[in-house]
Design a protein around this ligand. Structure first.
Ligand code: 3PY
Ligand code: MG
Length: 254
């Protein structure tokens, strides 16, 4: 699916993904028709469930966009199922050890890189590829992102990046701010976070891999893409709904 997506991620212009957590798959389908480059389904913190996420993937594909899925912490087996359904990428939260990164790669890449099991019915339908062709190309069709959002992960970022099958790092700036402040506060745009993400960006680029991050607003997304991130999530569907409501009501009551 979208064979050019991993290549586009490494290339010139930054890509922007929508971030969906609302339970109805049509929300992702609606946002896919806006000018986003991809749509992410957040099954870690969102209320969207497995079945709705699997239904959202072809809706996103119908708009010509790749679908990414953030899995719940440690739920690597479900990552394989989203790839089976045709997801173009997996974002795995709280990858804090090399073993976590190895498990992510094992469940998201076919041999010889990983141990992903065969059964990609949705992906075969969406790509139109013959099984053998899909098997040969699948490891390069979908991206596996290890989320770096703790002190532990930051300290071993080079080792995480060195794991075969890990295509890039996805920074979680809110959790990172909690970790860096020792639990004192959450501020995804703090100077301390900025310093850490500049360091992470340098390490990801040195490894020749993909740097991605979550932005709390469009304005923050512009700052982060200017720093050199390849993929920036603009979150979230719920925030966008609220902003739309505030803007309409403010205009009505002006
Ligand atoms: C974080 O900022 O911690 C994230 O996981 C992004 O949603
Ligand atoms: Mg997080």
């Amino acid at each position: 699916i979208h064979s050019s997506f991993p290549e586009r991620l490494k290339g010139g212009a930054p890509l922007y993904t929508a971030w969906c957590g609302l339970p109805d798959p049509s929300v992702a389908g609606i946002l896919a028709r806006e000018d986003f480059d991809a749509v992410t389904l957040d099954t870690q913190h969102g209320s969207i469930d497995f079945a709705a996420s699997v239904q959202a993937i072809p809706l996103i594909a119908a708009a010509g966009k790749p679908a990414l899925v953030r899995i719940p912490v440690g739920d690597f087996a479900t990552a394989s199922r989203y790839l089976d359904a045709g997801a173009s990428g997996i974002i795995a939260p709280m990858i804090n050890t090399v073993e976590d990164a190895r498990r992510l790669a094992a469940f998201t890449k076919f041999p010889p890189v990983g141990e992903r099991s065969w059964g990609a019915y949705g992906a075969l339908a969406l790509t139109g590829l013959e099984p053998g062709e899909y098997l040969r190309t699948a490891n390069d069709l979908a991206v596996s992102f290890a989320m770096v959002e703790t002190r532990e992960a930051l300290a071993i970022i080079d080792d995480i990046l060195a794991v075969p099958g890990i295509d890039g790092v996805f920074i979680g700036p809110s959790d990172l701010s909690i970790a860096l402040s020792g639990g004192k506060g959450v501020d995804p745009t703090s100077a301390e976070v900025d310093k850490a993400l500049d360091h992470a960006l340098t390490r990801v680029k040195a490894a020749g891999k993909i740097a991605a991050i979550y932005a709390v607003s469009g304005a923050r997304a512009a700052e982060l893409s200017a720093k050199g991130f390849h993929l920036v999530a603009i979150g979230s569907d719920m925030a966008m709904l609220r902003i739309g409501a505030h803007t309409a009501l403010a205009a009505a009551r002006a």
